[in-house]
Design a protein around this ligand. Structure first.
Ligand code: GLA
Length: 396
């Protein structure tokens, strides 16, 4: 019933249930966007200098050349609006155009953050009532990516609900229209800007996202730097793989690799799962303090190639047996990425019959993290470490 009503809502505002829309396609991000975002490490203390340093580190570490090109300033860059409604950055960001130019001079792209509400989640200025004005300003600054975070719009939604008790969908119409308003405003600038919805996975943004011009949409509430939270987010992605396609990405939130709360095996699981889901890869660590292990995880070329596979399909879970799960993603060239996750704290010998995961004839197997071919096999007999992962490419 709810789905039917949502479809009617979307039709009413010019968004079809299939996600196709009257407005033009969004900025092409035919592969999941890759880059860095300030929030997971710097949170509300981020400065212009931190962002410039991240840009420098993306280049010197080799991350840019591995594909991490977006440099995204998250919440708390905003200052006040002037009498003409123009939003100025705060004292930590003296000149956004200059920052954008600096980022571009390094062969990188510039991302920014706002909210459809009056206030961002950090309590800074949102874009409500200033959508077209803000979009034009972003374009003038050279912005290539906008994360648009629901935040205080939830209060407006509650007010709409109270004002329209006769219409149970009033608040959703209101929210979808708000996201579409900025999507249209970005398009009207003529500058390709990746449009990233942050709505915590409520109200199935994977269904209305494409129709409001979005390139990607958060499918979950915030990640944090713990194995349990990361794994729970992955479990929450089950069934969503089919909503991913080139230019339209489910976003299970930014990476925590390198932030110190998980061990190497756990971060490898995080990276493997995000690649197999076809998720955007936005590093969230302090790039100036990466260990060799962090770099090896973030810059493993084969793992990145799984994430960036040109087929652009999503991945999904195919098996869950207690703490053990198997995830698969179809890749180009009749290959399949397969991640096997041991969520138990103990190491375990786990025999995996390939017939149970969709390969009755077995497969030619490449172990991605080990970088070695295992030949054609039908059963895998491996010892998985506690919280361990194995990532494979299967081919016929
Ligand atoms: C929300 C988002 C986070 C981050 C913060 C910033 O919690 O989900 O990703 O952008 O707001 O305030």
């Amino acid at each position: 019933m709810r789905n039917l009503v949502m479809a009617l809502v979307m039709a009413a505002i010019g968004v079809s249930a299939s996600g196709q829309t009257a407005v033009k396609e969004p900025a092409a991000a035919l592969l999941p966007p890759m880059g860095w975002n300030s929030w997971n490490h710097f949170a509300n203390h981020v400065t212009d200098a931190d962002v410039r340093e991240a840009a420098d580190e993306l280049v010197s570490s080799g991350m840019r050349d591995a594909g991490y090109v977006y440099v995204n300033v998250d919440d708390t860059w905003q200052g006040k609006r002037d009498a003409a409604g123009v939003l100025h950055p705060n004292e930590r960001f003296p000149d956004m155009k200059a920052l954008g130019d600096y980022i571009h001079s390094k062969g990188l792209k510039f991302g920014i953050y706002s909210s459809p509400g009056a206030k961002t989640c950090g309590g800074y200025e949102g874009s409500l009532g200033h959508e077209a004005q803000d979009a034009k300003m972003y374009a003038a600054w050279g912005v290539d990516f906008l994360k648009y975070d629901l935040c205080s719009m939830q209060d407006d939604m509650r007010a709409v609900r109270a004002a329209h008790p006769e219409d149970p969908m009033a608040e959703y119409k209101f929210m979808i229209a708000a996201y579409k308003k900025m999507g249209d405003a970005l398009k009207a600038t003529g500058r390709p800007i990746v449009y990233s919805l942050c709505q915590y996975g409520m109200d199935e943004p994977w269904k209305f996202g494409p129709g409001v011009g979005a390139t990607m949409w958060r499918t979950t509430d915030d990640i944090n730097d713990t194995y349990q939270r990361m794994l729970n987010i992955a479990y929450g992605q089950v069934g969503l793989g089919k909503y991913t396609s080139p230019g339209h990405w489910n976003d299970p939130d930014m990476l925590e690799v390198g932030n110190g709360g998980m061990n190497t095996e756990e971060y490898r699981t995080h990276m493997s799962l995000w690649a197999v889901l076809g998720a955007p890869l936005l590093a969230g660590n302090d790039l100036s303090k990466m260990t060799e292990a962090d770099k090896a995880i973030l810059m493993n070329r084969e793992v990145i190639a799984i994430d960036q596979d040109k087929l652009g399909k999503g991945g999904d879970r195919v098996l869950q047996l207690g703490d053990f799960s198997v995830w698969e993603r179809p890749l180009s060239g009749h290959r399949t990425a397969v991640a096997m996750v041991n969520a138990s704290v103990s190491g375990r010998d786990i025999p995996v019959e390939f017939a149970a995961i969709g390969f009755p004839k077995g497969a030619k197997v490449h172990d991605v993290w080990a970088g070695k071919d295992l030949g054609h096999i039908r059963v895998l007999n491996e010892t998985f470490p506690g919280h361990g992962v194995m990532l494979f490419i299967f081919s016929e």
